[in-house]
Write a protein that binds this ligand. Structure first.
Ligand SMILES: Cc1ncc(COP(=O)(O)O)c(C=O)c1O
Length: 375
């Protein structure tokens, strides 16, 4: 009679018989990767660019107009239509988008402090500091991993982390860090400035870039000047201009706007592909994530997990170590959930052109490595 599998399992992991549990696990991972599964190389991310982007960028270059111009205006108009805002301002990064959005609020309100999550990319907090505000760190909700609302700051900067929707219910002004979320109609009726990133790995990419969506003409007019030194151009194309206030240099190029226009057309299908991969990960790993930008898993032994994944040819990323504990901030504040999650989160490969075989391979490898806990 064949040995029942549970007995085999027992023998395999018994330290007295076959060495330590860790050695056995490592041997098992090696064996399975070498024998059962064909090793694959799975990058963490890959831009979903093809000949369409190449052609659009080339056309922009050939036109002779390579800085901010008509394609930028068109991209802004189309992007605003997609997210359901009245206006959109194309800038050179998500970081610049945050900075200008905070600065706009400074012209309206007496801001001294910004309430921000620590479980985020550095830019969220840095831009508040650069704008002269003191950062008040907030903890996150264990399930959404997004900032828990509080009334402590003069302005709140919730982050839609991994693509999960953060609460925007605050009594103070809100700037939304939407670097990870870009969805149809998400800005419809919003009174917040919403900041997007078009960095290489983002859901919509122009290589580098960002966008601020807003619903008031007043904010829009200010932002258009703010991104270009505070310069106020006279109507009618007159070469005479004035500098209305001390602005920034954050405008964008028509070459990247051309790429953005192609990406925007593809966005619904790219989001669908991401959703399918997230669904496969959820089913395979027994999780319930819904963000479409990053797919997180949690490991108590993150370094080892990432190392084992790399050995199997899978590139993972560590995005969110608690920012408030980093050298530049060295805060003594305790943020229980942030510190727990930030100590073990790993992002799995996730990009529109990822194949079903690659997703299956990642899932199988994670199960074999056996170093993750359910999120
Ligand atoms: C949450 C978050 N906010 C802001 C940014 C900054 O965006 P960018 O790299 O376009 O400046 C990023 C970039 O990865 C991010 O992940």
């Amino acid at each position: 009679m064949p040995t029942p599998p549970y007995l085999l399992e027992e023998t395999r992991t018994c330290p007295m018989v076959l060495g330590s549990r860790e050695e056995n696990r490592q041997e098992e991972v090696k064996r399975v990767i070498q024998t059962n599964t064909k090793k694959m190389n799975v990058p963490f991310s890959k831009p979903a660019f093809n000949e369409q982007e190449v052609e659009a960028a080339s056309k922009a270059i050939r036109s002779g107009w390579v800085t901010t111009g008509p394609l930028t205006a068109k991209f802004e108009e189309e992007f605003a239509k997609f997210v359901g805002s009245k206006y959109a301002v194309f800038v050179n990064s998500g970081t610049s988008a945050l900075r200008l959005a905070i600065e706009w609020n400074k012209t309206k309100y007496n801001l001294k402090t910004a309430y921000v999550p620590s479980l985020t990319f550095a830019a969220t907090a840095h831009e508040a500091i650069h704008a002269g505000l003191d950062v008040l760190w907030g903890d996150v909700d264990q399930e959404t991993m997004c900032l828990l609302p509080s009334d402590v700051g003069n302005i709140a900067i919730p982050v839609h982390l991994t693509g999960n929707r953060a609460s925007v219910a605050y009594s103070c002004p809100v700037v939304e860090d939407s670097a990870h979320l870009v969805e149809k109609d998400q800005c419809k009726g919003s009174k917040n400035l919403v900041c997007f990133s078009f960095y290489a790995t983002k859901n919509l990419s122009t290589g580098e870039g960002g966008m601020i969506a807003c619903n008031t003409k007043e904010a829009y007019t200010w932002l258009m000047k703010a991104r270009h030194h505070g310069i106020d151009r006279r109507p009618g194309g007159s070469p005479i201009y004035d500098v209305e206030f001390i602005g920034w240099k954050a405008n964008q190029s028509d070459i990247l706007a051309a790429i953005g226009l192609v990406q925007l057309k593809k966005l619904p299908s790219m989001l669908k592909k991401r959703a399918k991969i997230v669904d496969m990960y959820n089913k395979g790993l027994g999780q319930h994530c819904c963000g479409l930008h990053l797919y997180p898993v949690f490991s108590n032994d993150r370094d080892e997990f990432v190392k084992e994944m790399a050995k199997a040819g899978i590139q993972c990323s560590i995005h969110f170590r608690p920012l408030h504990k980093m050298m530049a901030y060295s805060s003594t504040r305790d943020l229980v959930t942030t510190e727990y999650l930030g100590g073990g989160l790993v992002s799995l490969p996730l990009f529109p052109d990822m194949t079903i075989e690659q997703v299956k391979y990642v899932i199988e490898t994670i199960k074999k490595i056996n170093l993750t806990l359910p999120l």
